[in-house]
Ligand binder design. Structure first.
Ligand SMILES: [Zn+2]
Length: 211
């Protein structure tokens, strides 16, 4: 996703460039943080909820405000299951291509629906001026990036390869990105149950990022 490609593991240089964003968590903690972007939508989000329930796992859903408005029943189910909600803008705006004020308005519009101070910029693309603006508007906002990008949105990636990537890159404290979207579903459906089985056997706990 960066420089017209995506990197499965976030490079240290990027972390250094954006130190005010959250990229991963305490490595001493044998917990991993599963995150699901772009929902909530029918079929895919309920599938994810079901798998999480099987492992008594908590996760964080970075919702598109527009989807949460259209699918309130599914949105309510995510909250009722005790997962954390995060803001992913109202219309999935790409920060680099968007005027700062428009970006802030879209963030605020989603914030009203989602009621969360966690935020993940769509495509991981946000200008420093936008980070500043969001923090000025919502001083307690936490901008959550990731250290493992599953690549589940990549239709050229086989489900098997996607699973291998995710298992190889994950370590204690990792924040892992999946998508509860139709585009990702073919890979997500294969990868999520298998990865969670492996991680549970390895003694990992599944946490949600702070509310
Ligand atoms: Zn997204």
């Amino acid at each position: 996703m960066f420089l017209n490609m995506y990197l499965v593991k976030t490079p240290w240089l990027l972390k250094k460039f954006y130190p005010q964003l959250v990229w991963d968590t305490d490595k001493r903690n044998r917990t991993i943080y599963l995150t699901f972007d772009d929902g909530p939508i029918p079929i895919v989000t309920p599938f994810v909820l079901n798998i999480l329930e099987q492992y008594k796992a908590k996760a964080t859903f970075f919702c598109i405000g527009d989807n949460a408005t259209k699918h309130t029943d599914i949105f309510e189910k995510v909250k009722a299951a005790g997962h954390a909600i995060g803001n992913h803008t109202f219309n999935h705006l790409k920060g680099w291509d968007t005027e700062d004020e428009v970006y802030l308005d879209n963030f605020v519009k989603a914030e009203k629906v989602l009621g969360s101070h966690l935020f993940r910029p769509p495509y991981g693309r946000i200008k420093r001026s936008q980070v500043k603006l969001l923090k000025k508007h919502s001083p307690d906002v936490k901008i959550i990036m990731w250290d493992v990008l599953s690549g589940d949105f990549d239709t050229n990636l086989t489900p098997e390869k996607c699973l291998r990537n995710v298992l190889k890159r994950t370590e204690p404290g990792s924040i892992i990105v999946f998508h509860d979207s139709l585009k990702a579903f073919e890979r997500l459906e294969y990868v999520l149950p298998r990865a969670m089985e492996v991680w549970s056997k390895e003694g990992y706990a599944f946490g949600c990022l702070d509310h």
